[in-house]
Design a protein around this ligand. Structure first.
Ligand code: ADP
Length: 590
């Protein structure tokens, strides 16, 4: 086909546009092969790319009638290719050459072949473009060869751009993975920590680890001193740490630094640039040559900043390091806020427990006096009573005892919550305990058609446990059984099991619905919480039972059927350690 210089320039311009489209590289380079066949009139055009020791076939257009694609790989030292690469020119093999692509010409069915190199910026081979004829001798004019060379150049540029693009994507992914891994580690370790001093210690260690730097500090805002003060540091000597402890960084002393930190969230500082201000002295104290600082925020307020530094190295922190530092700042801000809330909550919880404990204690004292007078009145110590007076006083006593039970429950709960209970292990006779509970629950047992039966194994050994706590546990369960059983019986079995005793409290009362069983041990839970409910209580008894059993090392289980009754089983171990303390302060009085 007639191909002149003007046409050549047009073709190359059109191809350059095609190659810069956003299509896949395969589409663009197959399109280039197609253009090569159309413009040069060859039957087939192919692009081989260098892969190690070989050129591998990647893109192709056109068919050779008698030579279906055979060679997919051509060795790099192939005579024609080597020459095209060496001369950086389009090499044309004549039909009389007996070997093409280092194979006997006849065997690959090609009569005439042109090979042009695809080169990178350093003129190194990336691949080759071929144009092939099955039968046309002398098919390639000088212009055609120049066109193929131009096409190969364009193809080389497209391959190179694609590789650079892939490289950039790969690097970006690598960087992202590096940042993600570092921040996942920081998040995993920081977020669960709810104690500020240990949180900031760990924060400094992690900052050094994930930024591969030499030292790190956390400075937090001290509202009283109106300055940022040291909360933690890592990678410093004892003297450096001591010196840093006295540093107070006020907003005025380092206005520009804090303004930038607040505006941008991150500041990098080459230590000598800081001048004679306190931060420079701080940095110099650490022998810090290059440092990075990120803001620690609570909403819009900068509550502190996390710093990391190199000792000796002067190069800036890299882009991934900067991203990691920003992430550390954000995670640390979240973790610090969570820790602050947890600490506030704990303070509030302690205060409220203390208040409830004091109040319950104060309520109990006059109530006990009232009960004492009622008892004296009922015993006729102040003279005889009319039947109505006796009846009324009896009801007053019942209500006052219920009230005392409630106050005791609340007092126990507040002491448990405040961690104020200690375990006081003594050797006890279970029979004595059972007798006490039996006597104390008599008023509840007095119902028509009802009986409470104790089944205590005669050979029970003495038990080493905390008797007061065990009494609270058993009394709660017996009182519940009596409360929730109108007719029938409550049977309490006591026997030896493993190295301890088992108490089985079975009633024929209202029973508990299966869906309620797992939650009856939660505080303030009542199956029937309505005002119509006849039985008293606030839903604390079983929660206290569970907590006390945890202290005693015991276990509780329940089987219940609605309308038929419940069986509560409690096992308590014989404690071998006398008087084991459970890390609490005050004794427990039931
Ligand atoms: P309360 O002071 O309300 O009795 P508890 O914590 O002792 O609180 O018990 C929680 C709830 O479990 C009770 O309100 C009741 O609904 C249910 N319950 C406990 N023991 C029994 C029982 N023996 N029979 C039926 N229901 C019971």
């Amino acid at each position: 086909m007639a191909l002149d210089e003007a046409k050549l320039a047009d073709v190359l311009l059109g191809l350059a546009q095609h190659l810069s489209s956003g299509a896949e590289l395969a589409v663009r380079l197959t399109g280039l092969c197609r253009a090569a066949t159309e413009v040069t009139g060859c039957c087939r055009s192919r692009i081989f790319l260098l892969a190690g020791e070989c050129y591998e076939l990647r893109y192709t257009f056109g068919e050779m009638p008698d030579a279906p694609m055979r060679e997919h790989k051509v060795p790099a030292q192939d005579r024609l290719i080597a020459e095209a690469v060496r001369t950086r020119d389009c090499v044309v093999a004549k039909p009389q050459d007996s070997r093409l692509f280092d194979a006997p010409a006849a065997s690959i069915g090609v009569q005439s072949l042109a090979v042009a190199p695809l080169l990178d910026e350093g003129q190194q081979a990336l691949g080759v473009l071929t144009a092939e004829y099955p039968d046309t001798p002398d098919a390639f004019s000088a212009v055609t060869a120049r066109l193929l060379l131009g096409m190969a150049k364009l193809a080389g540029m497209a391959v190179l751009a694609e590789r650079q693009h892939q490289q950039r994507i790969w690097s970006a992914r690598q960087e992202q993975a590096q940042v993600d891994t570092a921040l996942a580690k920081v998040a995993r370790e920081l977020i669960p920590s709810l104690n500020t001093p240990s949180l900031v210690e760990r924060l400094c260690q992690l900052t050094i680890e994930v930024l591969s730097c030499d030292c790190s500090t956390t400075m937090l805002w001290d509202a009283e001193g109106k300055a940022y003060v040291l909360a933690a540091c890592y990678g410093a000597t004892a003297e450096e740490r001591e010196a840093a402890q006295g540093v107070k960084l006020s907003r005025d002393s380092m206005g520009a630094f804090f303004d930038q930190l607040e505006r941008e969230g991150l500041v990098q500082v080459s230590a000598p640039l800081l001048g004679p201000d306190p931060a420079a002295r701080l940095a110099a104290g650490y022998g810090v040559s290059m440092s990075i600082h990120v803001a620690l925020q609570r909403g819009d307020e900068m509550i502190g900043f996390q710093s990391a530094g190199y000792r000796g190295r002067r190069e800036s922190f890299t882009a991934p390091q900067v991203r990691i530092a920003r992430g550390v700042g954000q995670l640390a801000s979240l973790a610090l806020e969570a820790a602050r809330l947890a600490e506030e909550l704990e303070r509030a919880r302690k205060l409220s427990s203390e208040f409830v404990a004091t109040m319950s204690h104060e309520l109990r004292t006059p109530l006990n006096i009232v009960l004492g007078y009622i008892d004296l009145l009922l015993e006729h110590s102040f003279g005889a009573l009319t039947p109505e007076q006796g009846d009324t006083l009896g009801r007053m006593e019942k209500s006052a005892r219920e009230l005392l039970g409630l106050i005791n429950d609340i007092l126990d709960l507040s002491r448990l919550e405040a961690g104020q209970m200690t375990l006081q292990v003594l050797e006890m006779q279970v029979q004595d305990l059972i007798h006490e509970i039996d006597v104390e629950t008599r008023p509840l047992q007095e119902k028509p058609g009802f009986s409470l039966v104790w089944h205590v194994s005669p050979s029970l050994p003495p038990l080493r446990t905390d008797p007061l706590k065990l009494k609270v546990v058993l009394k709660n369960l017996v009182v519940n059984a009596l409360k929730f059983t109108e007719q029938g019986s409550v049977l309490v079995d006591v026997y030896r099991r493993d190295d301890g005793l088992e108490f089985c409290i079975a009633d024929t009362g209202i029973g508990i619905a299966p869906e309620a069983v797992p939650i009856i041990f939660e505080p303030f839970f009542q199956v029937d919480g309505s005002k119509k409910r006849r039985q008293g209580g606030v839903g604390l008894g079983l929660y206290i039972v569970r907590r006390l059993l945890d202290m005693l090392g015991g276990v509780i289980s329940v089987d219940s059927e609605l309308g038929r009754g419940s069986i509560f089983r409690v096992w308590v171990p014989n404690r071998t350690q006398p008087g084991t303390d459970v890390g609490c302060r005050r004794g427990f009085d039931a």
